[in-house]
Design a protein around this ligand. Structure first.
Ligand code: PLP
Length: 361
């Protein structure tokens, strides 16, 4: 067996311990004689799995009792519609556009009401987070929307915007559980699991209870109402059961290694290794404003398309895979999520140094 260092932005690397445990339980989950994949979601065993997963997530994030945790399907993209359908009672919301994902969410919201742009960094290819002291927040906005970590561009909100009392809705797909957060600052935080948490197919929504009501936009399908899933404990219909089981294992892995403070420390150390090298390199350089750099997604370029392509190819041959930047921006991107070991980043930097020497000599 040969494992590579996988820098994919998602689906992404998962902790090896989690995968090994899941493999050992594949044919017979704890004496049930079946895989979790084959198990009724109404069984007592699965109830234990989903309840433990939720409790571990609550412990990790210190989620207050007045927030519900929902395990849904449809990816983060389904939330782009579900959020306005459930929250846009006054038909108005403000969006901060910091990348393609925020823009897609904003475009979707326009189908349901007036979606304003409170700020945008599109003028410089989303290479920074806009000035948050100067936001155009509407008096009667139902919520303010951000994408907290911008997977494609490698920027992250280091402070949250002042929403003037409006609920803050945040897409945290690519920074979920990478560091502690104060859940009480959000109305909703949500993300697809396939980056930091588990396999594709699970979307986690953490939502303040007062935002879950019957007052949804007319025509909102039953499956797209938060209340449907909140009332049924995420078991209104068949949930993505195997994915939830893996997410639960990742939550336990995080707890065992010391929780989110420890994870943040490790993530900062890993990111520093790569950013320090980028700042000292004569060949490679980072593409975003330093103060807005993400700990999770690190885009970089040489400035020469051919050298970028050759780098990606040679890295791949050395077991450093999925380093190609998003198709919309080019260059390279190393996604260094929670499960990427420090040695993976060190190996990447050693390889970059070698490549730089080879090119510049
Ligand atoms: N939001 C962010 C920040 C993302 O990075 C992605 C996917 O990469 C999405 C949303 C879309 O997620 P999904 O494919 O789960 O719909």
């Amino acid at each position: 067996m040969k494992r590579v260092y996988n820098f994919s932005a998602g689906p992404a690397v998962l902790p090896e311990e989690v995968l090994k445990e899941a493999a050992a339980e594949m044919l017979d989950y704890r004496g049930t004689g079946m895989s979790v994949m084959e198990m009724s979601h109404r069984s007592k065993t699965f109830a234990g799995i989903i309840q433990t997963a939720e409790q571990d997530l609550r412990d990790l994030l210190a989620i207050p009792d007045n927030y519900k945790v929902l395990f849904l399907q449809g990816g983060a993209s389904t939330q782009f519609a579900m959020i306005p359908m459930n929250l846009m009672r006054r038909k108005k919301a403000d969006y901060i556009i910091t990348g393609q994902w925020a823009k897609k969410a904003w475009q979707e919201a326009q189908k349901y009401g007036k979606a304003n742009v409170a700020a945008s960094s599109e003028d410089k290819t989303f290479s920074y987070i806009p000035d948050l002291s100067n936001l155009a927040i509407s008096e009667d906005a139902d919520y303010v929307y951000i994408c907290e970590n911008n997977t494609i561009y490698g920027t992250k909100f280091k402070t949250l915007p002042d929403t003037k009392g409006k609920p803050l809705v945040a897409d945290v797909s690519s920074c979920f559980l990478s560091e502690p957060v104060d859940v009480t600052k959000y109305g909703i935080l949500y993300g697809g699991a396939q980056k930091n948490i588990g396999p594709a197919g699970v979307t986690i929504v953490i939502i303040r209870e007062d935002l879950i009501t019957e007052e949804v936009l007319p025509g909102t399908p039953t499956m797209l109402r938060y209340k449907t899933h909140a009332d049924a404990g995420s078991l209104y219909n068949t949930p993505p059961a195997y994915g939830i089981y893996i997410c639960g294992k990742v939550f336990r892995w995080l707890k065992n290694l010391g929780g989110l403070e420890e994870m943040k420390k490790r993530n900062e150390e890993k990111a520093k290794i790569l950013y320090d090298y980028l700042d000292s390199s004569s060949l490679f350089h980072g593409t975003v404003k330093k103060k807005d750099r993400s700990l999770m997604n690190v885009p970089f370029v040489t400035g020469d398309k051919d050298l970028d392509a050759r780098f990606i190819q040679e890295a791949e041959a050395s077991g450093l895979v999925n380093l190609k930047g998003h198709r919309s921006v080019g260059g390279m991107r190393a996604s260094i999520y929670n499960a990427m070991p420090r040695e993976g980043v060190e190996t990447l930097v050693d390889f970059m140094k070698k490549y730089e020497k080879e090119i510049l000599n």
